[in-house]
Each structure stands twice: as C-alpha cells, then as structure tokens.
Ligand binder design. Sequence first.
Ligand code: ZN
Length: 230
Amino acid sequence: MTLNVEETTWEPSDVVGVPKVQPWKYVVVYGRVVTFGLLQIAAVYGLYLAVTCAYWKTLIFNNIIQLMAAIGISAGNHRLWSHRAYKAKWPLQIILMIFTSMTYQFSIINWVRDHRLHHKYTDTDADPYNASRGLFFSHIGWLLVRKHPDVKKYGKNIDMIDIYGNPVLRFQKKSAELGNSTLNVSTWFIDLSAIIGLAYDLRTAPPNVIKSRKERTGDGTDLWGYNKTQ
Ligand SMILES: [Zn+2]
C-alpha cells in the first residue's frame, strides 16, 4: 500500500490571489519564547545526562516515548486527521490522540487546520509556516509570533467538518484548552468511556461556563485567532 502523505485534494487555482509575502510586523509572544527556550535548554541538558550518567533503562524509556510521540504526529495528526490517508476505529484514534498529546503541539484541531492551510496556500502568508519567510520562521519562528492576518482570513476557507464532528478531537481540544488533561483524570476516563460507547448521557458544562472559566483562569490569549471563527 502506498500512501502519498503530501498529496492533497486542493486545486492549484486555490492559491491564486493570495500574496506570497507582504511586509508584516511580527508580534512576538514572549510566553512562547520563554517556554520554547526552556524546552531547548532542557533538551541540551537531557542530552548531557544521557551521555554521562543516565541509566540504560531511562534511555530505552525515552526512546519509546519519542517513538510514541512521533507516531502520534505522523500517523495521527498528519496522515489520519489532516490528509485522511486512511480510516481508524475509535480505539486507534484514542491511542494516537494520547500519543500526540505528549508532543506539546497544541490541539489536534488547530494542528489540522494549520496543516490544511499549509497545503492549500503553500509558501504564502496564508500558510501558517510560510517557508518564504525563511528556515527559522517555517520551523520554529511561526510559533513565537502571532499569526498572520491571512492565516485567520483564509482559515475560514478550510473544510473542517470531519474534524469538528470527531468526538476524540473535540475531547482533546477541550482538555487542552482547559488545561485539565493532567489534573482531572476522572474527566478523561469518563469522556473516553463515552467515546467508545461504555458511558452515555454525560452532563457536560455549557459553552458559556467554559468560556467564563477560560476568561477567569486562562492566559487570555487567542494566539491562534480562531475563537471568532468557531
Ligand atoms: Zn501534509
């Protein structure tokens, strides 16, 4: 079986009229700079420990975790959900969702929208990781600044019906936004049971309650600029 993961259903004509690179003043999100900076430092320190004093069991454990994370992004976020390269039953989707949640790449729903935008408007300002802005921007820089207005504007053209209709992905996004994925294990368990049909008639918090909670205890940012479009 051949899966050409980069193959898309988008027409080349879709990109007509989208400017490649316009002058744009970056708005740095300093919280992200600090977070990603600390991650890089931690990675270097981890490498130092790995070659000096780590137990071999730790190294094996680390490799297994890395493999799970890579499978989550590649087989889950990319091939399954972004490109629909194959279909997966709920248990596999849940496993992939857990794997991908280890990677600190935010919600799958946002990932998929960014990726579909990337393929539809490649190398333009509507591409969230526009390579026309250079190697650094397309790999890490795009995560450190607010999104280009074209990303929000053309993001509305992306068909996300399959994604929004997926309870596994809605569950993961809700958990990511409320930051309760690690704190509230019971919610995880009940929601997952509901997805595979073992629990039902769940009483959930209405959207306005979630919204007020986000405003009260969230960091108040709408980095992805998607709140208005959902
Ligand atoms: Zn792709």
